[in-house]
Design a protein around this ligand. Structure first.
Ligand code: 5AD
Ligand code: SF4
Length: 445
């Protein structure tokens, strides 16, 4: 039997890491990787359900992929990930050509599930309280950055969020598994580790908390940077902040999702902190890690978000001064608590609010980036930009995309770049023109 596998990934880094996990598992089961769906016997789509828009896009893509089954009926078409868990059997009703629907806790049995799916449509959507995949070895894509999931699931139940329902209860990987993965990634030549978890700083295995994990990972040779995403403000202990300051491999950048600047919205979101507490936390982080860059997630148009609530978010973003922000329009997700509440902000108003925040953030990002002009950025080299093979890019310690003229540097080098100019999205080295890098590799505002 032919065993050629193609995996396509949507959504967050956790999904990228899960796809690498599935790839590793199926490598060992005798599958070979192919880069295109039309070369594959098994097509897996690893999906996202965080917003309606993500699901719509994936439905479109699944429609396209079903044509491979028309031409080659032996092809197995499977859907994995959060949308699989969210819709379960309904997904097969909507896309009858699907052979396999497997949720985030079903990957360990993928080889058998795929074999089963060759015979009849197969559903594996039971969530687990214990599965961490900590013992499995992911097949990581080349690059400087290795994703390491250190926990799975979420117990926070923010009212807008579907994650606790599709990824199940929070559980941490055994610390031995995490460190083995870090060492393995270092041995494979990766230079940067990104610890992943829905509330990554809630990590705990016995006595080992997130702070201790950072300290232990900090000692692994070969790794030069340790990042993490996403921490929850309520789980950011003083110990964790001290570890950020003490571990020289943990760069001065924290992605700290705020979601809203209004206390009444935060309360209805059940975020478990007030704006005052968030601001105090930012103060503690800034005192411990001078010059730290902060980025965030914001949702506009949550049910009941008034003009005043929105204004409070605007003010909060301006006051705190994030280096960058991801801003989302609220999207009701069936299953999540807030989906039962009537929407009060129409699409047009959501668009107005998101546009305003993105515009204002662009201004803040530009000012922050311009403040770096004349300084030296320490850049972990990732490779050539898409537009110009003579201009390479990497991330600065503050996680800012930095472009520089290539003079023989190799992927994975940590190099100093004097910042000569800046855009809202990037720092530019001497001789790099903003126009040549209008669209960044990683365009966030
Ligand atoms: N609608 C809009 N944005 C959402 N997010 C999570 N759930 C929703 C939703 N229902 C955003 C949050 C989170 C980020 C990953 O996605 O800002 O931090
Ligand atoms: Fe969703 Fe809240 Fe958990 Fe983040 S902390 S995954 S927003 S429920």
């Amino acid at each position: 039997m032919e065993r050629r596998l193609y995996i396509e990934t949507y959504g967050c880094q956790m999904n990228v890491a899960d796809s690498e996990l599935m790839q590793g598992l199926l490598d060992r089961a005798g599958y070979t990787r192919v880069e295109r769906a039309d070369e594959a016997d098994v097509i897996l789509v690893n999906t996202c359900a965080i917003r309606e828009h993500a699901e719509q896009r994936i439905y479109g893509r699944l429609g396209e992929l079903t044509r491979h089954k028309l031409r080659r009926p032996g092809v197995v078409l499977g859907v994995a990930g959060c949308m699989a868990q969210h819709l379960r059997a309904k997904l097969i009703e909507r896309v009858p050509q699907l052979d396999l629907v497997v949720g985030p806790d079903g990957y360990r049995h993928l080889p058998e599930l795929i074999d089963e799916a060759r015979e009849e449509p197969t559903l594996a959507v039971r969530l687990s309280r214990v599965e961490t995949y900590g013992d499995l070895v992911p097949a990581r894509a080349d690059g400087v950055r290795a994703w390491v999931s250190i926990m799975r699931g979420c117990d926070k139940f923010c009212t807008f969020c579907i994650v606790p329902y599709v990824r199940g209860r929070e559980r941490s990987l055994p610390v031995g598994d995490v460190l083995r993965q870090v060492e393995h990634a270092a041995a494979e030549g990766f230079r940067e580790i990104v610890f992943l978890g829905q509330t990554v700083n809630a990590y705990r295995d016995g006595d080992v908390d997130f702070a201790e994990l950072l300290a232990r990972a900090n000692r692994v040779e070969g790794i030069v940077r340790i990042r993490f995403t996403s921490p929850h403000p309520s789980d950011m202990s003083d110990r964790a902040i001290e570890a950020l300051a003490a571990c020289e491999k943990v760069p001065p950048h924290v992605h700290l999702p705020l979601q809203s600047g209004s206390n009444s919205v935060l309360e209805r979101m059940r975020r478990t902190y007030t704006m005052e507490e968030y601001t105090a936390l930012v103060g503690r982080i800034r005192r411990a890690v001078p010059g730290v860059a902060l980025s965030t997630d914001i949702i506009v148009g949550f049910p009941g978000e008034t003009a005043e609530d929105f204004e409070a978010t605007r003010v909060a973003m301006r006051r705190i001064g994030f280096e960058s922000a991801f801003v989302f329009k609220y999207s009701p997700r069936s299953g999540a608590r807030s989906a039962e509440w009537p929407e009060t902000v129409d699409e047009e108003e959501k668009t107005r609010r998101i546009t305003l925040l993105i515009e204002e953030q662009k201004g803040t990002s530009l000012l922050k980036n311009q403040a770096d002009i004349g300084s030296i950025a320490q850049v972990l080299v990732e490779g050539p930009t898409r537009r110009n093979p003579l201009e390479w890019f990497g991330k600065s310690a503050h996680f800012k995309t930095t472009v520089f003229p290539h003079r023989g540097e190799s992927v994975g080098d940590l190099i100093p770049v004097r910042v000569a100019s800046a855009t809202p999205h990037a720092l530019l080295g001497e001789g790099v023109r903003a126009a040549s890098f209008a669209a960044t590799e990683d365009a966030t505002v």
